[in-house]
Design a protein around this ligand. Sequence first.
Ligand code: ZN
Length: 337
Amino acid sequence: MAVPTLTAILKRILKQPTAPFHEYHVRREIEALLADCPNVKLKHDAFGNLLATYKFGKRKSLPTWVLAAHMDHPAFVPNTEAKGKDDAWEFLGGVPVGPVQDGIRRGLRKPVKGGQFASWNFPVTIKEGRVEAPACDDLIGCALIISTFWELARLNLETTVHAAFTRAEEVGWLGAWHLGNHWPFSEGSVFLSVETSRPVNGAEIGDGPIVRVGDRLSVFDSEAVSVLMRTASEQGIRVQRCLLDAGACESTALQALGHRSAGISVPLGNYHNINDTKSELAPEYVMLDDVKTTLRLLTALVATKHDGIGERSIRDRVALRLKQYQPHLAAGNQHFT
Ligand SMILES: [Zn+2]
């Protein structure tokens, strides 16, 4: 079994051009990378999302996780209402008009071979611990899930875990919405968005993965967040626990459809290709150490069994306290006359 390295997987995925609705290059590369991965089965759903399951032995993690990443990134697609050459392209995704126009003026718009869409022309580089690419969001998430599956196979771990590589997230989670409405996994499986996000509210680039307690639109499943935190502490993995409310992720969509959801994010620089200090076009970047740490956390998460939250459930904790403080309660109660 020739296990691809994390760096090799990153390079192969990050080199794929992508755009909302035009995720076929990424999907093909993920399929190629997982084709030989032991214990992994692939399929597509009717929307074109790629679904993968790693299943080996009877052991399951509790809960069963669905690791999810989207395959698109803001980019130019053919304008379906074009009248002439000047409006041949339409930009899809959350980027202000100013920097987009500036990028076009700087000649950064590059049509892909065959001309189905165009994306920003930046190189993919991995050096001095920093990963730069035209689209880290969310190809880093895709690469991380692929690496997690290979890591499970390499260690021959007995577990079951699912993955969903979704389409058209940048225009309002369309692929995720389909997934939630046609849930192909067992009831009670927990959706875990594996994203890259702008660090806010105290989170920092280089300080490890962010366990996301929520996003701009909703807060996530309390128990799932606790399981993530507990796994990190058991494994001695440094994580940042934060509300990342600079954007909204697919977990909000899945949760709105009644699926338990949580999120984990690799801190991202130059979010949506806007330079963090000057607002001009630039490659996105993440720190390689943050990616490696996220891989360790995901592997541990899907390989271990966790019954509920922490060592004790909230219910057990309070019951214990009530017993412990019973004499004080009785003493105080005498004065409530
Ligand atoms: Zn994203």
